[in-house]
Design a protein around this ligand. Sequence first.
Ligand SMILES: Nc1ncnc2c1ncn2[C@@H]1O[C@H](COP(=O)(O)OP(=O)(O)OP(=O)(O)O)[C@@H](O)[C@H]1O
Length: 255
Amino acid sequence: MTTVLRCDGLQAGYAKGRPCVRDLDLEVHRSEVLALLGPNGAGKTTTLLTLAGLLPGLGGTVEVDGTVVKAGHARAASRAGLVLVPDNRELFTTLTVEENLRLAVRARRRWTAERDAILDYFPGLRDRLRVQAGALSGGEQQMLAIGRALAQHPGVLLIDELSMGLAPVIVERLLPVMRQVADETGTAVILVEQHVHLALEVADTALVLRHGVNVLQGDARTLAATPELIEQAYLGVHDGKGGSTDPLVPADSVQ
Ligand SMILES: Nc1ncnc2c1ncn2[C@@H]1O[C@H](COP(=O)(O)OP(=O)(O)OP(=O)(O)O)[C@@H](O)[C@H]1O
């Protein structure tokens, strides 16, 4: 298993000396889908924004493919392969689907091939290429946002609340595509998701943040089979088994 992303002691937040995510260690491998879970305000978005270089580094290190990525530099993060799909999708709403994709493709000469590779994952966009992004349905907008991120050939795709504003049936269709992308391209995916059981169905591993601290992590299938552990992690109830290792690590370090 090749490690793509490694974080050691990551501190993330909005003001120096006041991290809302503390001492986060992460190791994500090629083709791995990690579900980053936790209650509202746990620090999931803050973690993704920090990995994408959109918040200043407050401490700790981030490495992609063994190379340290300078904190707080979005361009450096993107060059290293950390690509964010934000929860508001940030599409160019007055440009067409095709224009949105075209802007994201770096290898201009291979534009048609790149576009077709993206459309293979999201065939529903094929008929919508000339439609303005602002006129798409929520699900189509999310497909375009993810497609645009894929055009950058991410090493690690950071997806914040894929399900935001979408009907569960659409989420059920989109999440397996993320699994397929990871399997076929080797891209690692960090998925912030409120639909816990849906996320665990496609993820390899999961980590629960609460009050900015990792309170539970482990194999996604094992966690899916023990929903009471997830519930306890969300509620801040721990069974005192901290320090155990694979496949689950109930972290009892949260006060
Ligand atoms: N722009 C900001 N400035 C200061 N604090 C912020 C800002 N955005 C978020 N926070 C705080 O950071 C903490 C973590 O928030 P974050 O949005 O990362 O949580 P989350 O787990 O993504 O929650 P949700 O599931 O509700 O989106 C919260 O205490 C929140 O109030």
